[in-house]
Design a protein around this ligand. Structure first.
Ligand code: NAD
Ligand code: DAU
Length: 344
């Protein structure tokens, strides 16, 4: 079996590459990644010498490159993690989100049609459903919830989902889609809530909480996402969407306070800053379909997962310190200086 993993030098894709190489000793994994600011070969350092692993630097929207890769390698399965993934960056500059997330997915789908494939799996997000109100804890996203994306990021992901489903209906391409809630764990880029707060707390810098910190996210440990995608690509029904989530809702303030408590840092580090424009209020996944059809269930409770994650950031300081010392500094000043926070 040959699996092409796009975006494998990023957070979830990197975890998926590690997971698959550990689980299967007869699968070849090929990673195609453009190594944008969010991708790092250090994430894949442990597997670079594995004879079952090949890394190719390239853009999923580069048709010639993608076609020649398919012609040479003939992947059986494609798992598309490659994306621009950060909502705040999409608000600042939407264009690249449309190119990578929509056009890039389109090129991969065309390659699958042209060269044949056993399965194309699109890694999507719960954000395509928009948000839920804070005062209706009884409501959850199901696979039937209408698409109602809020940000340039989530609307580009929703467009890609529609394209994937159109290739199923029109060309009978064997596709599946998963829509997962917020992930956390090792190798997450420190622009996202949890690693950003861990890094700032460790450096005794202010922790910028948007608005009042009341927004709710549904957190899933990244390895539980990997087991779900593994199940879907092997046993999921073609043309189907599967929601992935573990009923782990927390307000942002709760998450930040947990991190401070675990690190023994004071709550006075919390700084409330200007809210994200169009900020989604609450995400909450109903995972009944994947549980019922594929027997998936998450293994890692939040308290355990956050401890493991904090330990990983403590044990792997060079991985994230390299990141926050480079171009990231300019991003940080732009993003948080604009929110009325001192970034010095
Ligand atoms: P990430 O930003 O950490 O990684 C994205 C990877 O894609 C990087 O390695 C980057 O170099 C690569 N990439 C970007 N543009 C590319 C291009 N044009 N061609 C090839 N490679 C390119 O993202 P992540 O958090 O790991 O998310 C992975 C996928 O999962 C995304 O599709 C995202 O929408 C989805 N998702 C993420 C979460 C989450 O909580 N992080 C939750 C649900 C779904
Ligand atoms: O739900 C899945 C999605 O989760 C994925 O599709 C996205 O790729 C991923 O980035 C994530 O999106 P969010 O916008 O929910 O994640 P983020 O880590 O950016 O923010 C989480 C919450 O924390 C959100 O309510 C905004 C808030 N926040 C974030 C940052 C970076 C803060 O309060 N302060 C911050 O500095």
């Amino acid at each position: 079996m040959i699996i092409l993993v796009t975006g494998g030098a990023g957070f979830i894709g990197g975890n998926f590459v590690h997971y698959m190489l550990k689980k299967y000793d007869n699968y070849r994994i090929i990673c195609l990644d453009a190594l944008t600011y969010a991708g790092s070969l250090e994430t894949l350092a442990d597997v670079m010498d594995n004879p079952l692993f090949t890394f190719i630097k390239g853009d999923i929207a580069d048709r010639d490159l993608v076609y020649s890769l398919f012609e040479r390698e003939h992947p059986d399965i494609v798992v598309n993690f490659a994306a621009e993934s950060h909502v705040d960056r999409s608000i600042e500059d939407p264009g690249i989100f449309l190119r990578t997330n929509i056009m890039g997915t389109g090129v991969l789908l065309d390659a699958c049609r042209k060269y044949g494939i056993r399965r194309f799996h699109q890694v999507s997000t719960d954000e395509v459903y928009g948000d839920l109100p804070l005062d209706r804890p009884d409501l959850f996203f199901t696979e039937e919830t209408p698409l109602h994306a809020s940000s340039p990021y989530s609307s580009s992901k929703a467009a890609a989902d529609l394209l994937v489903l159109a290739y199923y209906r029109t060309y009978k391409l064997p596709v599946t889609i998963s829509r997962c809630s917020n992930n956390y764990g090792a190798y997450q880029f420190p622009e996202k809530l949890i690693p950003l707060m861990i890094a700032n707390a460790l450096n005794d810098k202010p922790l910028p909480v948007y608005g009042k910190g009341e927004n709710v996210r549904d957190w899933l440990y990244v390895e539980d996402h990997c087991t779900a995608v593994d199940l879907i690509i092997h046993k999921g029904r073609e043309g189907e969407v599967y929601n992935i989530g573990g009923h782990n809702e927390r307000t942002n303030l709760e998450v930040v306070r947990t991190i401070l408590r675990e690190l023994g840092k004071p709550e006075s580090l919390i700084q409330f800053v200007k809210d994200r424009p169009g900020h989604d209020l609450r995400y909450a996944i109903d995972p009944a379909k994947i549980q019922r059809e594929l027997g998936w269930k998450p293994e890692t409770p939040f308290d355990e997962g956050i401890r493991k994650t904090i330990k990983w950031y403590l044990d792997n300081r060079s991985w994230w310190e390299n990141i926050i010392s480079g171009e990231y500094m300019h991003y940080y000043e732009r993003m948080y200086g604009n929110r009325g926070m001192s970034t010095a």
